[in-house]
Design a protein around this ligand. Structure first.
Ligand code: RB5
Length: 155
C-alpha cells in the first residue's frame, strides 16, 4: 500500500510521528507536505495529496493541519476526493465503511500523537461496505460531476 501525506506548519511533528507509524505498518509513504515550521499554506498540501489520490498514483492520503478542516476543504475541491476530518477512531472507521473516504484528515491542535495513530489505523483497517452506501456515495459524485442532483430535480 502507498499513501500520500501532507501537512502545514502546525503539523510537522505529528506528520513525522504518523509517517513513522505508517512505515512500521509496512505502508509506503509519499511526503508532499512541509518539513519546516515556517508558515505554510495548507491548501498546497491538500491539493497535492488530493491530486495523487484522485489520479490513482497512491491508494489514499493523510492530511494534517491545525484542525484538519482547511486542508481537507482544499483536497475536497479535487474531483474524486472524499476527504473526511476525524477526531476519533469511530468516525474514521465509518468514513471508510460508509463514505468510502480516500483521505483521512485530522488536526495537530486537536488530537494527540496516540489518537492520531488510532485514527489512521481505524481508517486503514476498515473496508468500504458498498451496498446501500454506494447509492449515496454515487449521489455525492453526481453533485461533484454535474453540480446537480437529478433525484431532487425530478421532485
Ligand atoms: C493555521 O494557523 C491554521 O489555520 C491551519 O493549520 C488549519 O487549522 C486550518 O484549517
Amino acid at each position: 500500500m502507498k499513501l500520500a501525506i501532507g501537512n502545514d506548519h502546525t503539523a510537522v511533528d505529528l506528520k513525522n510521528i504518523v509517517m513513522a507509524h505508517l512505515k512500521e505498518r509496512g505502508v509506503e509513504v509519499v511526503n508532499v507536505g512541509t518539513d519546516t515550521t515556517e508558515s505554510f499554506d495548507y491548501p498546497v498540501s491538500g491539493f497535492r495529496v488530493g491530486k495523487l489520490v484522485a489520479s490513482g498514483e497512491v491508494d489514499g492520503g493523510v492530511l494534517i493541519c491545525g484542525t484538519g478542516v482547511g486542508i481537507s476543504l482544499a483536497a475536497n475541491k479535487v474531483p474524486g476526493v472524499r476527504a473526511c476530518v476525524c477526531s476519533e477512531p469511530y468516525t474514521a472507521a465509518l468514513s471508510k465503511r460508509h463514505n468510502d473516504a480516500n483521505i483521512i484528515a485530522f488536526g495537530a491542535r486537536v488530537v494527540g500523537d496516540e489518537m492520531a495513530k488510532l485514527i489512521v489505523d481505524s481508517w486503514l483497517d476498515a473496508s468500504y461496505e458498498g451496498g446501500r452506501h454506494a447509492r449515496r456515495v454515487g449521489l455525492i459524485t453526481e453533485i461533484e460531476k454535474t453540480g446537480n442532483l437529478s433525484a431532487i430535480l425530478a421532485d
